[in-house]
Write a protein that binds this ligand. Structure first.
Ligand SMILES: [Ca+2]
Length: 397
C-alpha cells in the first residue's frame, strides 16, 4: 500500500473486496496442511463456525438472561461480574450467573438513541483500591457527551463517585459516543470517543474531543507527555476516528488495537500510536448511507491507513486480544464482536497484517455487543437484545 501519495478511489467497494479476497487466499495457502485450529475453509459462516467449534472444542454456556441491552462486562477477581445495561444500570452478577444486583451510587445518564451506559472497567490495581470506571452519556438533548465516572466498589454500593472526564464539546445528537476504555501498561487510561454523527469534521479538529482517543491518568488529570498538550488539546492522544467500539491491548507486544464503525462500509481495525491521525472523514473506504462519497480518498499522506477494513460493514462491537490458557489456538489473536453479522470474528495477525479471519459462535444467531477475556481466561460474550445474555465460552476438552 502506497502511504506517500493520495489515492483516488473510483470503485472503493470492489477494491477493498478484492484486497480482502486476496488476503484470505494468502492465509489459506499459509495454513494449508497445518493443524491450525483457528483457520476455516471457505464456505458459509455457519459451516466455518461449526468447523471452528470442532477444532477449538468450545462450549457456550448462558450464565444469565434478561439483561436489557447489556453493553459491557468486566470480571471481578472473585469471578463475579459487573455488567452495564445501556438504559442506565450497573449490575453485579455472581460468578454462576445468579444474584443480580443493581449497584447503588451510579450516575444518572442521558438515555436516547445510542446514549446511556457504555463501558465498565476495573482499575489495574482493583484488588488494592476497588476502583471502577464507567463511561456513559452525560447531559441532555441539547448538550451531552461521553463522560467517565470513577468510584470505589464496596459491597453493592459505589462510594466516593465522581466524574473524571466529560468530553468537550457538548453535542446535540444522541449518536456516535464511542465509549470504550482501556488501561495502558503505564497506568494511563484511554477513552475512545465518537464524532457525534452530525459533526464528523470535528474528528479532524484537534481543538475538540469528538472523534478522538483521549488519554488521562487514573484520576482524570492529564499526562505530561500527551502529544498535543502544548497546542491546547490536552487530552487528545489520536484523532480522525468515526465511532470506535473496541479497544484492546496485546499484552505480549504492547500493541494497542481499536476498531470503529465506518459509514456504509469502511469499518476499520486500527493500530493506535500516539499523535496519529486515522483519517476520518478525510480518508475512508466507506461511503455515506445515501451512497454518496464521504471523501474521494481512501488514503491520504500523513494519515494512518487501517490494519483491516470491512466492506460491507459488520458493525464491530467489543474487542479482545486473547492471551489465556484455556484456548491455545486463539492465543495472540483478536476477537471482534459483530452486531450486524451476529457472530464473533477471530483475526489472526502476522507481521502487522491480518492474515486470517474466522467466524465464531455464529450458531448463536444474535448481535454481539461485547467480547472479553475474563480474569479466568475464558471468553465472555454479551448479546445486544432486550433480553440480552451473558455467555461463557469454555473449552470442552
Ligand atoms: Ca480511518
Amino acid at each position: 500500500m502506497n502511504r506517500r501519495t493520495a489515492k483516488e478511489k473510483p470503485m472503493p467497494v470492489f477494491a477493498v473486496t478484492l484486497r480482502f479476497i486476496a488476503a484470505a487466499g494468502l492465509s489459506f495457502g499459509l495454513h494449508a496442511g497445518s493443524a491450525h485450529a483457528g483457520s476455516a475453509p471457505a464456505g458459509s459462516a455457519h459451516a466455518a463456525s461449526a468447523d471452528a467449534a470442532a477444532a477449538s472444542g468450545y462450549h457456550l454456556e448462558t450464565l444469565t438472561e434478561g439483561l436489557q441491552h447489556p453493553w459491557s462486562v468486566a470480571q471481578l477477581p472473585d469471578g463475579s461480574f459487573l455488567v452495564t445495561e445501556r438504559g442506565g444500570a450497573l449490575l453485579h452478577i455472581q460468578a454462576d450467573g445468579t444474584g443480580r444486583t443493581a449497584l447503588e451510587g451510579a450516575p444518572a445518564t442521558f438515555v436516547a438513541g445510542q446514549g446511556g451506559y457504555f463501558d465498565v472497567l476495573l482499575h489495574p490495581q482493583f484488588a488494592r483500591n476497588q476502583l471502577v470506571y464507567l463511561s456513559y452519556a452525560k447531559g441532555d438533548k441539547s448538550a451531552n457527551g461521553t463522560a467517565i465516572f470513577r468510584a470505589r466498589l464496596s459491597g453493592n454500593r459505589l462510594m466516593d463517585g465522581e466524574d473524571i472526564l466529560w468530553v468537550a464539546d457538548r453535542k446535540n445528537t444522541a449518536q456516535h459516543y464511542g465509549g470504550r476504555m482501556l488501561f495502558l501498561p503505564d497506568g494511563t487510561l484511554l477513552l475512545a470517543t465518537g464524532d457525534g454523527f452530525d459533526f464528523r469534521e470535528k474528528a479532524q479538529d484537534g481543538a475538540n474531543e469528538l472523534g478522538k482517543v483521549l488519554r488521562i491518568h487514573d484520576d482524570g488529570s492529564v499526562p505530561d507527555d500527551n502529544p498535543f498538550r502544548a497546542r491546547g488539546s490536552e487530552r487528545v492522544w489520536t484523532l480522525g476516528h468515526r465511532n470506535p467500539q473496541g479497544l484492546a491491548l496485546d499484552r505480549a507486544s504492547g500493541t494497542i488495537y481499536l476498531h470503529e464503525h465506518g459509514p456504509r462500509g469502511g469499518d476499520e481495525v486500527n493500530v493506535l500510536r500516539a499523535a496519529s491521525n486515522y483519517g476520518w472523514p478525510a480518508a475512508t473506504q466507506g461511503v455515506d448511507y445515501s451512497g454518496a462519497y464521504v471523501s474521494p480518498y481512501s488514503e491520504l499522506p500523513g494519515m494512518a491507513p487501517p490494519l483491516h477494513v470491512w466492506v460491507p460493514s459488520i458493525a464491530p462491537s467489543g474487542l479482545a486480544w486473547y492471551g489465556g490458557e484455556p484456548f491455545p489456538a486463539w492465543q495472540g489473536k483478536l476477537l471482534v464482536g459483530a452486531l450486524v453479522d451476529k457472530e464473533v470474528r477471530l483475526l489472526t495477525l502476522r507481521d502487522g497484517a491480518v492474515i486470517d479471519e474466522t467466524p465464531l459462535f455464529a450458531e448463536l444467531g444474535v448481535r454481539i455487543r461485547d467480547v472479553r477475556e475474563g480474569a479466568d481466561g475464558f471468553v465472555y460474550l454479551l448479546t445486544d437484545e432486550e433480553n440480552g445474555a451473558l455467555i461463557r465460552v469454555t473449552p470442552t476438552r
